[in-house]
Design a protein around this ligand. Structure first.
Ligand SMILES: Nc1ncnc2c1ncn2[C@@H]1O[C@H](COP(=O)(O)OP(=O)(O)OP(=O)(O)O)[C@@H](O)[C@H]1O
Ligand code: SF4
Ligand SMILES: [Mg+2]
Length: 322
């Protein structure tokens, strides 16, 4: 299968007064056309910085210092800012966690979607509005013609998230990156948004990167899961392998915090959190970054950096005791 996106050895560092923060450190993955990749890990592990690197939205003190980002075979890192503006929104679109901060409160939502069309396509305002309404229908917003004239505060959280997805979809991008798209909305609506993303993917042959701290959320949609810890992918593989045959102790820990199948929505709080502190990226230990929290740790783990090694053809883990 051809890949829409190939990220190879990506490194994005922040050059701060306290030191260099390696927010994304040698990250590689592929997104084959029409598939979904889930990117999971605790707060601060580098998920958003990975997404922002792909769309080249990293600003000082951050900088992409290495790697390649091939989108349909072309390296995004060698594109000019002007070329990137044509990629963003039109070919790669992003959906963020909190629609209220991404939407302009004083503009009609239909107008805001239409603006995305006008930014990328040479069509009339009337046509742009029609496409905005069409995109709102595609994300199952009832009475789209009238809702398009609403201001963001008139809509519920779930509806606002649908507006964001409509905005992402309206130029028919090849790839949508959804960064915690369901974190700010309640659980029943969460499931609907995930279903929506999944059905749009099939309908439009979209590829998707779904970012979440919740392994349960990405498992609903993704074929492949990449688990990040302290700026590195520590495990990557088909969702079934990650769930039923995890090789990295950190993934095991994340799995223990996923609610069991069939547990009620109210019980969807964390069952068990992984013990120990989220690491300080300015002071990572030698050897395995997860060692301070790992129940399997041996002296060997702390001597030198741990490579990501294959455990099967499509499954890799960064653990010497995998
Ligand atoms: N502007 C910045 N300046 C300095 N460091 C930054 C900046 N932005 C991000 N970082 C660093 O990059 C790391 C990764 O941040 P990122 O936002 O990608 O985490 P995340 O995995 O998306 O977390 P969350 O689940 O909370 O969204 C953070 O730990 C932080 O130290
Ligand atoms: S390399 Fe060692 S410390 Fe790191 S995850 Fe594996 S067992 Fe734990
Ligand atoms: Mg984030």
């Amino acid at each position: 299968m051809t890949s829409v996106l190939e990220v190879k050895n990506l490194k994005t560092y922040f050059f701060t007064e306290e030191g260099i923060i390696k927010a994304v450190d040698d990250v590689s993955f592929n997104v084959p056309k029409g598939t979904a990749l889930g990117l999971v890990g605790e707060s601060g592990c580098g998920k958003t910085v990975t997404a922002m690197s792909i769309t080249r939205l990293i600003s000082a003190p951050g900088r992409i210092v290495g790697g390649e980002i091939l989108f349909n075979g072309y390296d995004l890192l060698s594109k000019s800012e002007k070329e990137m503006r044509q990629v963003r929104g039109a070919q790669i679109a992003m959906v963020f966690q909190e629609p209220m901060t991404a939407l302009n409160p004083v503009l009609q939502v239909g107008f805001q979607i239409a603006e995305t069309v006008l930014a990328h396509q040479n069509v009339s305002k009337r046509e742009a509005w029609a496409r905005a309404v069409e995109a709102m229908r595609a994300v199952s917003i009832p009475d789209a013609e009238n809702r398009a004239k609403d201001y963001p505060h008139r809509l519920s959280g779930g509806m606002r998230q649908r507006i964001m997805i409509a905005m992402a979809l309206v130029c028919h991008p090849a790839l949508i990156i959804a960064d915690e798209p369901t974190t700010a909305i309640d659980v029943t609506i969460q499931a609907q948004i995930l279903e929506l993303l999944d059905s749009l993917r099939e309908q439009y042959q979209l590829s998707l990167i779904l970012i979440s701290h919740d392994l349960g959320v990405v498992a609903e949609v993704a074929e492949t899961v990449a688990v990040m810890y302290a700026g590195k992918i520590v495990e990557i593989g088909p969702v079934m392998d990650i769930f039923h045959n995890p090789k990295h102790p950190y993934t095991e820990g994340l799995l223990r915090s996923v609610p069991r199948l069939g547990s009620s929505a109210q019980k969807r709080d964390r069952l068990e959190v992984i013990e120990g502190m989220v690491p300080n990226l300015l002071r990572l230990p030698d050897g395995c970054s997860f060692a301070p929290r790992c129940y399997k740790r041996t002296l060997e783990c702390t001597l030198s950096p741990i490579p990501l090694e294959h455990v099967s053809r499509s499954h890799g883990a960064r653990c010497i005791h995998a």
